[in-house]
Design a protein around this ligand. Structure first.
Ligand code: MN
Length: 251
């Protein structure tokens, strides 16, 4: 008889992105930074990567086999999905990735499937449910502080604080009212989608955390907790919360 805390470890799907590997001949890959995979595994889940290119029937069936979902970071969402009129600020779009993640985000919310949405994923969750984005926070949001620490700083650089709403699942999961977070984004949430509540704000007021109303665990965070777990172990609790909600789903 096993005494394993998770007799059936939850299977957590993670979305991926297209990359080109610089080999002697460039090679196309579908990829994901291992920090996401390691964080899910450290929380007791079994991580599986979701490829792009699958049709909606396949995605719907796959989601049924998963106990939880991580929407990962990446490039910008195409502006057409939130009626943007500022294409000049939008970069690194993958229309197929948008299609896959819009579908998965909407289905996960509708099915009450546990979901952790990180950075682009946090923005994707908002857009999927009808919200809009600042195409570039610094250019479009009045009073914005610097959020784009991408490229120059290490990914665990703690850039700004966030204030956390006391009655949120986020506050219960982190056990905190404030956290210092990394900030690797140039876009951000503008109009919040119906069905979401804001759970964390940066000092300039930008929405840095969201959660779906009437859902056991559908959290979005604008920062990258998977890059902070060694500096601030409480950040792993976001993945612990996902795996525990997924375990409850499985029983
Ligand atoms: Mn930020």
């Amino acid at each position: 008889m096993t005494t394993n805390h998770f007799p059936h470890r939850p299977i957590i799907g993670l979305t991926t992105y297209r990359k080109t590997a610089a080999q002697s001949t460039p090679v196309a890959l579908m990829a994901l930074m291992p920090t996401y995979i390691d964080a899910v595994a450290a929380a007791g889940g079994i991580p599986v990567l979701i490829p792009l290119g699958l049709d909606e029937d396949a995605l719907a069936e796959l989601l049924g086999q998963l106990d939880g979902l991580v929407l990962t970071g990446g490039g910008d969402i195409a502006g057409e999905h939130y009626r943007s009129e500022h294409p000049e600020f939008i970069f690194d779009v993958d229309e197929d990735r948008d299609r896959v993640e819009l579908f998965l985000a909407r289905e996960a919310v509708a099915r009450k499937k546990p979901l952790l949405a990180i950075c682009r994923g946090h923005q994707m969750l908002n857009v999927a449910l009808g919200g809009t984005l600042y195409e570039d926070v610094m250019e479009r949001m009045p009073g914005a502080i610097k959020h784009d620490f991408f490229g120059v700083f290490p990914r665990n650089h703690q850039a700004h604080v966030v204030a956390i709403e006391p009655d949120s699942i986020l506050a219960g999961t982190l056990g905190r009212r404030e956290a210092t977070v990394n900030s690797l984004h140039h876009q951000g949430i503008c109009d919040l989608a119906p069905g979401l509540v804001a759970t964390a704000h940066a000092p300039d007021g930008l929405v840095e955390g969201v959660e779906a109303i009437d859902h056991p665990y559908a959290l979005g965070v604008q920062w990258h907790p998977e890059n902070l777990v060694h500096d601030d172990p409480v950040m792993l609790s976001l993945f612990d919360g996902l795996v525990q909600a997924a375990q409850a789903e499985r029983v």
